[in-house]
Design a protein around this ligand. Structure first.
Ligand code: BEZ
Length: 388
């Protein structure tokens, strides 16, 4: 009798193991597709650090589920993007993709995510199309659209700085082009004009001939989009050419975020616009900064914040879905309704799943991008072309 009870109970336990919330025991597979080499390597690392730090703060689990990480170095190379993202989707069978930095790579990822239904959280790349024509129920962004900080800077340059004739200089790919378009919109609305647009291929850093052209044209100001190692070299070259004394250089905050240690004197006094700044002074930001410095022996930057917030967004969705990411409607609706308590300040998501957020005006002072005011409050990307 005892023997029989034992075998029934073994059967019952086995059945419970199959029908029970197996999901609660499995790990959620998160695939980082980020640049770990090349000009944007530091940005990729900061995003991963921020994401992992939030997971650590939650005791290693999000929405009750342990996390298993997978990683692909996308090298900021759009030509390799489809193969790379398919490694995560088809080979590793991840539940969520977190990536990437480069807009061109992100567009290939958005296409693959849309086709496969895999959840994609974009922790940097600002490609307007991702939350424009390519928007989808399973695609979310924890960062910004290229239009957002650029539009704000257009307003600042024309209205506050009173500069009307502006030349632009950027890398020739989606982020640079869209940044200039957004800047132009804000500038022209306020009576300014882009007099010439200069470009060089990504990730080229041979700026000399272009700086000579700027010096000869003598515009009122220059607007540039560069980031990472390229931004370090550009700001230093601009300063070394003697241009910063006579022709002020403006840009979205990527020009000076995470780069000030290396840019040193060359960046002092520069004004940029971004959805994060050093010394925001809130309790939320202070705690984030202290913990980041403790964990990584580094000061955080906007990229770390975006990685951290990608993990927060995933948590909101997972909690609402009871840890089961296949409950797509619950997962998505919760993120759509959430207010994310970010170190940057609270933000919500637009219908296209892009942050609606304050854009700060920042001034470089020593090794900090100090907040000197809000350039545009609760700025929403226009999400042109998004049908959802
Ligand atoms: C982008 O390609 O979208 C991008 C890269 C670095 C910083 C900001 C935007």
């Amino acid at each position: 009798m005892i023997k029989q009870w034992a075998s029934w109970s073994a059967i019952a336990l086995a059945a419970a193991a199959t029908c029970s919330p197996v999901l609660a025991q499995d790990k959620i597979k998160v695939g980082f597709m980020l640049p770990y080499s090349g000009t944007y390597a530091a940005l990729g690392n900061a995003i991963e650090n921020g994401f992992r730090m939030y997971v650590g703060e939650q005791g290693g689990k999000l929405g009750g589920r342990e996390i298993e990480f997978f990683k692909v170095d996308d090298e900021s190379d759009p030509a390799k993007a489809t193969d790379n993202v398919n490694r995560l989707i088809k080979r590793d069978k991840v539940d969520v993709i977190v990536g990437t930095v480069h807009s061109g790579v992100a567009m290939a990822m958005a296409k693959a995510a849309k086709e496969s239904g895999t959840v994609l959280i974009v922790p940097n790349a600002g490609a307007d199309a991702v939350t424009g024509p390519m928007c989808a129920p399973n695609i979310f962004r924890s960062s910004f659209s290229n239009w957002q900080p650029a539009y704000a800077m257009g307003e600042v340059v024309a209205k506050k700085e009173g500069k009307k004739n502006v030349m632009t200089l950027t890398w020739k790919y989606a982020a640079g082009e869209e940044s200039v378009n957004g800047f132009k919109e804000g500038l022209e609305k306020n009576g300014g004009k882009v007099v010439k647009q200069l470009t060089l291929p990504f990730p080229n850093v041979e700026f000399q001939a272009l700086l000579t052209e700027i010096a000869a044209a003598k515009p009122d100001a220059v607007y540039s989009f560069f980031a990472g190692a390229g931004a370090v070299k550009f700001v230093k070259d601009y300063h070394a050419a003697g241009l910063s004394k006579t022709i002020p250089l403006y840009g979205p905050g990527f020009l000076t975020d995470g780069t000030l240690e290396a840019q040193g004197e060359a960046a002092q006094g520069m004004l940029t616009t971004l959805h994060y700044a050093d010394e925001l002074g809130t309790e939320r930001d202070k705690a984030f900064r202290v913990n980041y410095a403790k964990n990584y022996k580094l000061q955080p930057d906007v990229y770390a914040v975006q990685g951290y917030d990608a993990a927060q967004m995933l948590t909101v969705g997972l909690k609402a879905a009871g840890g089961d990411i296949s409950k797509k409607d619950a997962f998505r609706t919760a993120i759509e309704k959430a207010t994310i308590a970010s170190p940057r300040g609270n933000f919500t998501l637009s219908k296209a799943h892009n942050p609606v957020q304050d854009i700060y005006l920042r001034k470089v002072d020593g090794k900090e991008n100090k907040n000197i005011g809000i350039a545009v409050k609760a700025l929403a990307d226009p999400a042109r072309g998004c049908r959802m």
